[in-house]
Design a protein around this ligand. Structure first.
Ligand code: GAR
Length: 200
């Protein structure tokens, strides 16, 4: 069974969806650690309730990204973490973590990338007037939401759509799609990373 770490910065509903499918026996993985960059957010409570250890840090208490990523990497290595799942982690991954886990970090983003990268993707989509947005799951590279795409699912935007209603529809897609893609990556094995076939 693969040891994974989930990184989250907020509510953690995607983290919860992953916990739930593991508990239901539908994803053969073990969440060894929650990594969280915002003390006090609800994702930390979710970890506690499920008995998952957390590494919670305040980036302002470190002099550089390299410093806190070194601490994170030490934690991940000591727990034998093989794969990193970003679930609402609102920070760029730096070279320290990327060098250790290149090709083994995935992210979920609430738009059809390359459209609407970065923060507030749902608000960006609504304000732009597009009629379709969606969800992207992709490998992480050094850019902002730029790594190789694994899967995308569309979500229709209705005329009377609000941020809240669109967020609800996007979350519903995310909570199903992320666990199933993790199962594909971690358990079934072969995927394409960039142009290279790779076995996980
Ligand atoms: C999710 O919608 C995720 O796609 C988004 O943050 C939300 C976290 O929700 N991620 C990004 O915008 C990354 N650029 P959650 O904390 O309830 O899982």
């Amino acid at each position: 069974m693969r040891n994974i770490a989930v990184f989250a910065s907020g509510n953690g509903s995607n983290f919860q969806a992953i916990i739930d499918v593991i508990q239901m026996g539908e994803l053969d993985a073990n969440i060894s650690l929650l990594v969280c960059d915002r003390p006090g957010v609800y994702a930390i409570e979710r970890a506690k309730k499920s008995g998952i250890p957390s590494f919670v840090f305040n980036p302002k208490e470190y002099s550089s990204k390299e410093d806190y990523e070194k601490d994170i990497t030490t934690e991940l290595k000591s727990l034998g973490v093989e794969f990193v799942v970003l679930a609402g982690y609102m920070r760029l991954i730096g070279p320290t973590l990327l060098n250790e886990y290149e090709g083994k970090i995935v992210n979920i983003h609430p738009s059809l990338l390359p459209d609407f990268p970065g923060k507030d993707a749902i608000g960006q989509a609504l304000r732009s007037g597009v009629k379709v947005s969606g969800v992207t799951i992709h490998f992480v590279d050094a850019g902002m939401d730029t790594g190789p795409i694994i899967v995308q699912e569309r979500v229709r935007i209705e005329d009377n759509e609000t941020i809240e209603s669109l967020q609800k529809k996007i979350h519903a897609v995310e909570h199903k799609l992320y666990p199933s893609i993790l199962q594909m990556l971690l358990v079934q094995g072969d995927v394409l990373y960039g142009n290279k076939a790779r076995t996980y």
